[in-house]
Design a protein around this ligand. Structure first.
Ligand code: PGA
Length: 247
């Protein structure tokens, strides 16, 4: 049995004050995460506070990106060594916004994953096709290529790596694939992952909300959700965690 994994990708939201408020809101609601894994990924500057504030809540802390070197002349970048030093556990790599706005390629994604795993950070690699690619009937091909070039051949333990399938056209749009369509892609992804596929968690991401999370995470090959916009609402996030706990 794969443990469900729920991630809140805060993107460029929630500074230090809001992070403190969020964590207190979680504590007030006496959330339990028993039986599942949960993390939030705040922006870099909120990470130290997040590590402090979420202690004891069952919610782990992740980053939204790293650079693939340990240190040196890389202006503006953040190394996995610094994240480890902070007590960060997870890192999201290859999010479509990084690929689109910052030109991240599969080759860059691969280097980042190798480094993160080497430093004992747990990785969520994001993959997914654009609307154009989907309409051209290339979704499967694109996703398989992202796995091949970004991931295959890297050594990892199954519990330290998760894949998030996030169709780009579903991110922040309110549009989603039908849960069965997502399931189909997840099973293709699992097959592509080869003999380790069975133990790896494959999350769905893209307009996951309180009202639709259940239909996604009850699919056979969907092992959790990466939630953007809807994870910023404390009440909603707690509700979604509770839905996952019931499964
Ligand atoms: P969304 O974002 O839930 O706001 O669609 C998901 C993501 O980008 O991870």
């Amino acid at each position: 049995m794969r443990r469900l994994l729920i991630g809140g990708n805060w993107k460029m939201n929630n500074g230090i004050e809001e992070t403190i408020k969020f964590a207190s809101g979680i504590k007030e609601r006496k959330l339990s995460t028993e039986g599942i894994d949960v993390f939030v990924a705040p922006p870099f500057t909120s990470l130290p506070e997040a590590v402090r504030s979420f202690k004891g809540t069952g919610i782990r802390v992740g980053a939204q990106n790293i650079f693939w070197e340990d240190e040196g002349a890389y202006t503006g970048e953040i190394s996995s060594v610094f994240l480890k030093e902070l007590g960060v556990e997870w890192v999201i790599i290859g999010h479509s916004e990084r690929r689109t706005y910052f030109g991240e390629t599969n080759a860059a994604v691969r280097k980042k994953i190798e480094k993160a795993l080497q430093k004992q950070l747990k990785v969520v690699i994001c993959i997914g096709e654009t609307e154009e690619e989907r309409e051209a009937g290339r979704a499967k091909e694109v996703v398989e290529k992202q796995i091949e070039e970004g991931l295959l051949g890297i050594e990892y333990r199954e519990e330290n790596l998760a894949v998030a399938y996030e169709p780009v056209w579903a991110i922040g749009t309110g549009k989603t694939p039908h849960p069965e369509e997502a399931q189909e892609m997840h099973s293709i992804i699992r097959e592509k992952l080869g003999n380790k596929g069975d133990g790896i968690r494959i999350m769905y991401g893209g307009s996951v909300k309180v009202h639709n999370i259940k239909e996604f995470i009850t699919q056979e090959d969907i092992d959790g959700a990466l939630i953007g916009g809807a994870s910023l609402d404390i009440g909603g996030f707690v509700e979604m965690i509770n839905v996952a706990k019931e499964i």
